[in-house]
Write a protein that binds this ligand. Structure first.
Ligand code: KG4
Ligand code: ZN
Length: 341
């Protein structure tokens, strides 16, 4: 007997992308619709929570309709609704959660609350159909920098995290300081290709007694101090060199901690996730380090690294087959911890 297909409608509104997707059996993406608000928030140099919530309300129905229509399906054929319920901006999360609850109530289909970071990790399952836990995953986004031991589907252990800024936050702040605008990550990535990553030395923080933890505030300050000192002397700043040298410092730390964790925990697979995982220098360096250490490396395509609903559908599927369900009392939890439900 062939097993029946499981189709999940997934919704993601935790930050500045209104997204919906239809995912079949966890790893087949039937549609992946993303309405980005970046152009709107660019005007303010970062995400404005009030504007984000309002825009999600305007777009959510349209994005869901498009996800169903591109997948050539309808709500009757959907088995469950997966939705990000944290962490993220509370007003933004609430739009997705309320929408998912309304659909679940109206269609009597089960509701599954998904952790945003678990979604990012699950993005690795989409293109590599063979990838199975256990593996070490580095999650680097605008709000998080975590090293996670993925023991099984939905079973996570945080082994390291940032003590201050997230990696993406450091990219965005340095980009702003050298006049690149928001979001800074992709712009630093691009400009770095024209720069010399050895032009200046920026610090790589090591935290005593916490070998898998990160700290980026010292690095960020070092870059800002360097820029200020040149400005005071009225000397010209080579922005491409600053971008490349900063990026190299971030990448060095991310790669060395991840490889160390993989070795210490005797893992033979490494994955990366989150917006910063789209960084070309990080992908290149992590891939080279994995080859050197005999580790299998996995990285989602850029579209699955940054916020999207396909990854939420994948994470929801593994919860669904384990029988996990959320009630209609599901609420947005802005500071939701990983593994907590
Ligand atoms: O995962 P994400 O889309 O949203 C959060 O959950 O935070 O990550 C957004 C972050 C931003 O800080 C952005 O600058 C960074 O990911 N980012 C990049 C690149 N693309 C996006 N950072 C470095 N290089 C990139 N190519
Ligand atoms: Zn994210």
């Amino acid at each position: 007997m062939t097993q029946r297909d499981i189709n999940i409608l997934a919704i993601e509104t935790s930050c500045d992308e209104t997204a919906a997707a239809v995912v079949r059996n966890g790893r087949e993406i039937r549609s992946n619709i993303i309405s980005s608000q970046i152009e709107l928030h660019k005007l303010y140099g970062g995400v404005v929570p009030e504007i984000a919530s309002r825009k999600h309300i305007e777009k959510i129905n349209q994005v869901i309709e498009e996800a169903l229509s591109v997948a050539k399906t309808n709500l009757h054929e959907i088995d469950a609704i997966g939705v990000t319920y944290g962490p993220g901006l509370v007003g933004a999360l609430l739009v997705g959660v309320a929408e998912a609850k309304a659909i679940s109530f109206a269609t009597k289909k089960p509701l599954i609350g998904v952790h945003h970071i678990e979604g990012h990790i699950s993005a690795n399952y989409i293109e590599d159909k063979e990838l199975k836990p256990p593996f070490i995953c580095l999650i680097v986004s605008g709000g998080h920098t975590h090293l996670v031991l993925v023991r099984d589907y939905g079973k996570y252990e945080i082994i390291g995290k940032t003590r201050d800024d997230a990696a993406g936050e450091a990219f965005d702040k340095v980009a702003r300081a050298i006049g690149l605008g928001y979001p800074g990550g992709p712009k630093i990535d691009k400009l770095s290709r024209e720069g010399n990553s050895q032009a200046m030395w920026f610090p790589r923080a090591h935290i005593e007694g916490a070998p898998y933890d990160f700290s980026f505030s010292g690095l960020k300050s070092a870059v800002l101090n360097y820029i200020n000192s040149l400005e005071m002397k009225h000397e010209e700043i080579n922005r491409a060199d600053v971008a490349a040298s900063f990026q190299e410092a971030v990448v060095d730390v991310l790669v060395s901690r991840t490889i160390l964790a993989a070795k210490d925990y005797e893992m033979n697979q490494v994955a990366i996730a989150g917006g910063v995982a789209a960084n070309s220098a990080l992908q290149k360096a992590m891939n080279a380090a994995c080859i050197e250490n005999g580790l299998k490396f996995n990285c989602p395509s850029p579209i699955y690294c940054t916020d999207n609903a396909a990854m939420i559908g994948t994470a929801a599927y593994y919860e669904y087959i384990k029988g996990k369900r959320s009630g209609l009392d599901l609420n947005a939890v802005p500071n939701l911890k990983i593994g907590e439900r």
